[in-house]
Design a protein around this ligand. Structure first.
Ligand SMILES: [Zn+2]
Length: 147
């Protein structure tokens, strides 16, 4: 289970406020210097989105079925997009593949969450396909991109 670093508590407070307001942004970009744990923060938020019984601090419970699946890297509504082995970029084919999978309904949770890691690995075509997808009305997906 991912956890927050001390310097991320302020960032977490902002992310947690989205739950309190019941206004989860469709896409978030977690940007910052390398080595500060953006991926870890993204995973904490993703798990909270998928958890069936968030705690009072809006973090995932770690114990419900959704959390168990998430921690085992087998949650059907959580997608990680990363460069394929041996290449440094995320291609448009990878993004199209993802979008085809996202046309299906969420299987297990109210949300589906996509983590694009690292966001700047998307090449221009992949990035354009992603932006176009975001412009279309969709169901409950959250995209979290981190670098
Ligand atoms: Zn949970």
């Amino acid at each position: 289970m991912s956890s927050l670093y001390a310097w991320q508590l302020k960032d977490w407070a902002l992310l947690a406020s989205y739950f309190k307001q019941q206004r989860i942004p469709q896409a978030l970009l977690l940007a910052g210097q390398g080595g500060l744990g953006q991926e870890s923060l993204a995973r904490v938020f993703a798990q909270a989105l998928l958890c069936h019984q968030r705690q009072a601090n809006e973090q995932a419970c770690g114990q419900c079925q959704a959390c168990l699946l998430f921690n085992a890297d087998t949650h059907p509504d959580f997608f990680v997009v990363a460069p394929e082995e041996g290449v440094k970029t995320i291609s448009v084919d990878t993004m199209r593949n993802l979008m085809a999978r996202l046309t299906l309904k969420p299987q297990y949770s109210a949300h589906r969450v996509v983590l694009i890691q690292p966001a700047d690995a998307m090449n221009a075509n992949a990035y354009n396909a992603f932006l176009k997808y975001l412009e279309e009305p969709t169901e409950t997906h959250g995209f979290i991109a981190s670098d």
